[in-house]
Each structure stands twice: as structure tokens, then as C-alpha cells.
Ligand binder design. Structure first.
Ligand code: NDP
Length: 296
């Protein structure tokens, strides 16, 4: 019987574990603050930011929101980041991606104080992750790690195929899984658009993490029986619904479910964990800046 992994339930458990950390910080006079910066009028980005803000409010993290006109010069964003870097009430800074074409995304990520970089995208934090001394693990791969742990999926010695090599999901996912640690020790293959015979790779995997951004790229015929399937993809496809679209993952759920031992649905799988790990990183940032040990 295939297990459908309930990301919401796992996220709720992790969130509950964060509450005592907030109490410890409150006792020390600190309320964690997360600044979100939106420079886009893309509907999906607006939705993601409002979900993150809501999650902060629900848990008791101060949400500080900034919006910039997408046509504003890049310097307006740099100036705003500088202000947030200097603001002691702001412990974490999240600039919602994607950014307008005229803004150099890498320069933006490097402008954020690495101590406040709760996305974990600053080169200093990427370097720390790769060398096995992480400060902030990027939220989506960290959430997947937590999800695998919660489901009792053994990564040690497992063959894991990560489909996608982005700096946000694929590469940090591979880096986490390959670390010499209890939640790593996997043998990792990273696939991308130039990979020859993707199906041959995924069929050899014990765990497949699909993060390609291609609707239903991976179907049941590409999986061996007993695989754990983690579907990161969130793709809007045209559909006869009220909104005119529906969300599908990078995995063709129905056929993959027939082969998988366990599988994440879309929505309700990886997504909730991504937001939870943002809360986790914000609390960790506050604890580091306030020099209060909350054991994260
Ligand atoms: P990117 O577009 O940055 O990266 C996609 C990666 O997939 C690239 O490395 C690309 O290869 C690879 N790829 C594309 N087509 C294929 C293919 N046919 N076969 C194999 N590999 C392919 O996307 P992200 O990493 O940012 O996001 C991936 C997906 O995850 C998206 O659907 C996104 O919406 C979703 N997402 C979900 C989150 C969540 O919380 N649930 C959080 C973040 C992202 P190449 O490098 O060669 O171009």
C-alpha cells in the first residue's frame, strides 16, 4: 500500500516544536522578525509572500513587509536591503524571487547580511552548507530532509536521484544528502535538462526528488517498485476550474503512486515544509543574533 506523505501534518509537528524556542527567546526579550520584500506583481509571488506572512503571524514571528514597484531602479531594492540589514528588529530577510529582469538577482542575494539570510542563498551560507557547517539550510531542501526523516526513509547508502540543479532546490538538496551526517550519507545523482536517459537514472533510484518545474515529467514507467518519490514541482497548467488553472507537480501522481512506496502529493507535500523551515531559520537567526541558545 503506497503511503501518501502528509506534508501539512509533518509541518505542523515541526512548527509545534518551534513554540518553546519562541518562549525562550521571549524570556530573553527577543521577538523574531522576518522582513519580506516583494518587487513583483506576479500573482504566484504575491500568494507565496502572503502565505509566509500568515505563517509568521500564526506562530508569533513579527512579519515586516516591504513592496517595491517592479519598475523601480535596482538601487531602490539595494537601499531597502541595506536598511533591513541595519534594523535590529529584523532578524531575517527574504527577497521573493523571481525579480524583474533589470535587477541582478545574484547581486541582491549577496547584498543581504549573511546573518539574516534565512533563505540560505548568500555565497557564505552556500559555502558553509557545502563544507558541512551549515548556518541556514535552504528551506525547501531542508524541509525535504525533515520529511524523509519523519517518514523514516533511510538515506544512508541510498541511491537518490535529484532532478534539477537550481541553486534554490536541486544543488542544495544534493549537497545536504551527500553530507556525512545522519540525514545524509546518500549516493546522489543530479540530473538536469542535458541528462541522457533520465528514466534510466530514476529507475535505479531508491529515492527520487523531482525539482524540474516541468509538469508531470516523471511517470510511473520511470520508477522502480518501492521508490520514495518527493515531488517539489509546483506548476500551473490550464484547466477547466474557477481560476482557469490547476497545480500539478513534476510527477504524474496516479501512475507514480502505483510504483512508489511513498509519495508526496501536490499540493500538500513539500510546500508546507518550505514555509515551516523559513520560520525555523528566522528563529535560528534571531537566536544567533540575540546570542540565546534555542537548540536549533
Ligand atoms: P529552475 O527552473 O530554476 O530549475 C529547474 C531545473 O530542472 C534545472 O536545473 C533544469 O535543468 C532542470 N530540468 C528542466 N527540464 C528538465 C528535464 N526535462 N529533465 C531533467 N531536468 C530538467 O526551478 P526551481 O529549482 O526553482 O524549481 C523547480 C520546481 O520546484 C518548480 O516547479 C518550482 O515551482 C518548484 N518549487 C517548489 C517549492 C515548494 O516549496 N514546493 C519551492 C521552490 C520551487 P538545466 O539546469 O539544464 O536548465
Amino acid at each position: 500500500m503506497t503511503r501518501i506523505i502528509d506534508g501539512n501534518e509533518i509541518a505542523d509537528r515541526i512548527t509545534a516544536d518551534l513554540e518553546p524556542c519562541l518562549e525562550t527567546l521571549a524570556d530573553a526579550g527577543t521577538t523574531p522578525g522576518l522582513a519580506t520584500v516583494l518587487m513583483s506583481d506576479d500573482g504566484a509571488s504575491e500568494t507565496y509572500v502572503s502565505m509566509k506572512r500568515q505563517a509568521c503571524n500564526d506562530l508569533g514571528i513579527e512579519s515586516i513587509h516591504h513592496e517595491l514597484d517592479p519598475d523601480a531602479p535596482a538601487d531602490a531594492l539595494f537601499d531597502r536591503i541595506d536598511e533591513l540589514n541595519d534594523d535590529p528588529a529584523v532578524h531575517g530577510i527574504l527577497v521573493q524571487l523571481p525579480l524583474p529582469d533589470h535587477v541582478d538577482r545574484q547581486a541582491v542575494l549577496e547584498r543581504i547580511d549573511p546573518q539574516k539570510d534565512v533563505d540560505g542563498f548568500h555565497p557564505e551560507n552556500v559555502g558553509r552548507l557545502v563544507t558541512g557547517t551549515p548556518r541556514f539550510k535552504p528551506c525547501t531542501p531542508h524541509g525535504i530532509q525533515k520529511l524523509l526523516e519523519a517518514e523514516g526513509v533511510e538515506t544512508e547508502g541510498a541511491d537518490v536521484v535529484v532532478v534539477g540543479r537550481s541553486n534554490i532546490v536541486g544543488k542544495p538538496m544534493a549537497n545536504l544528502l551527500v553530507q556525512k551526517s545522519d540525514t545524509g550519507n546518500a549516493t546522489v545523482t543530479v540530473c538536469h535538462s542535458r541528462t541522457d536517459d533520465l528514466a534510466a537514472k530514476t529507475r535505479d533510484a531508491d529515492v527520487v526528488v523531482a525539482a524540474a518545474g516541468v509538469p508531470e515529467l516523471i511517470d510511473g514507467s520511470m520508477l522502480s517498485p518501492g521508490t520514495t518519490v518527493i515531488d517539489v514541482g509546483v506548476n500551473r497548467v490550464d484547466a477547466d476550474t474557477e481560476k482557469g488553472y490547476e497545480l500539478v507537480g513534476d510527477v504524474e501522481f496516479e501512475s507514480a503512486k502505483e510504483k512508489a512506496d511513498a509519495i508526496t502529493p501536490v499540493p500538500g507535500g513539500v510546500g508546507p515544509l518550505t514555509i515551516t523551515m523559513l520560520l525555523y531559520n528566522t528563529i535560528k537567526a534571531a537566536s544567533l543574533q540575540a546570542d540565546v541558545d534555542v537548540s536549533l
